[in-house]
Design a protein around this ligand. Structure first.
Ligand code: PYL
Length: 283
């Protein structure tokens, strides 16, 4: 997993309204709408509850330590969605205790290995990598006005790509897997074949020579420039949770609103919606 830098996230808080409009142009849904679509939930049913659901973000100093603005940016995304969110005054264990003492409904926190949300009523855990892959697959489904029976190329078969590919298969897409480590792609195909059958999952051997046939791509790699210019066409739609973005500046200009990419927003929104969907005992 690529560790974010403050420079990656510095502009997020002040650009949320603008990004929301960009998402509406690309997918016909808002950041919240895509997050609900991620879990197949009815936005109208749940949105009224968001204001009364508190999520406390706990800074974590372990390992490589605090990323300046990380907790504040997560909190800003949650507040933009309407959640009652704050960053705890304390860090680490003290921050967790503070969240419980202040009766938070959920917490979010990240060390160097995992960024998680935890519902403090149900004990349910939602993982950022899994939620992010699913959310970007949901965005691609919306960009395609239904991905069912369409061919999708998933570039990158790590935790985010795996989660996205699984969501796409659930949505009825024909999924082709590519990873620079062929054994990883093959292992994922075998894993998925048990649940989805072997016919809807293919392996791409060569990204440059074989990628022209795809009009829908989920780019989930930590590499730059994974999308060759030959691939760019008027029909191409890309959802790119990969950090850093695998698309050159030149290609970005060509793609315009046929690309959905961010470094935190969609993943955090999907995590938060997942947390509120987990029933509160007696709910
Ligand atoms: C959650 C992001 C998405 C991509 N990479 C992940 C990352 O950078 N993880 C490390 C997060 C560390 C946060 C630090 C803090 O400020 O609390 N422990």
């Amino acid at each position: 997993m690529t560790r974010l830098k403050t420079n990656d996230i510095r502009e997020i808080s002040s650009s949320l309204a603008e990004y929301d409009l960009q998402l509406q142009t690309a997918t016909n849904k808002t950041l919240a709408g895509i997050a609900y679509h991620t879990w197949g939930a009815d936005e109208a049913e749940w949105n009224s509850r968001i204001n009364h659901f508190s999520i406390h973000v706990v800074p974590v100093t372990v390992g490589q330590g605090i990323i300046t603005d990380f907790s504040e940016t997560v909190c800003a995304i949650l507040q933009f969605l309407g959640f009652d969110s704050r960053v705890t005054e304390q860090t680490d264990s003290s921050g967790i205790a503070e969240a419980f003492e202040k009766k938070a409904d959920a917490i979010m926190m990240a060390d160097d290995d995992r960024f998680v949300g935890i519902n403090l009523h149900t004990r349910e855990v939602v993982d950022n990598s899994a939620a992010t892959g699913r959310a970007f697959a949901a965005a691609l489904d919306l960009m395609a006005t239904g991905i069912k029976d369409k061919s999708v190329l998933v570039i990158g078969c790590g935790p985010v790509g795996e989660s996205g590919a699984k969501m796409l298969l659930h949505k009825g897409a024909l999924v082709t897997l590519y990873d620079c480590r062929p054994e990883i792609a093959l292992s994922l195909k075998k894993k998925f074949s048990h649940s989805f059958g072997p016919t809807r999952i293919q392996i791409l051997d060569n990204l440059i020579t074989q990628c022209q046939n795809y009009h829908y791509i989920l780019e989930a790699t930590p590499s730059k420039n994974t999308i060759p210019v030959e691939l760019i066409s008027d029909r191409l739609r890309i959802a790119a949770p990969g950090v850093p973005l695998g698309i050159s500046k030149q290609n970005l200009d060509l793609l315009k609103d046929r690309l959905v990419h961010d470094k935190l927003e969609l993943g955090v929104a999907a995590m938060a919606v997942n947390l509120i969907l987990k029933k509160i005992p007696g709910d």
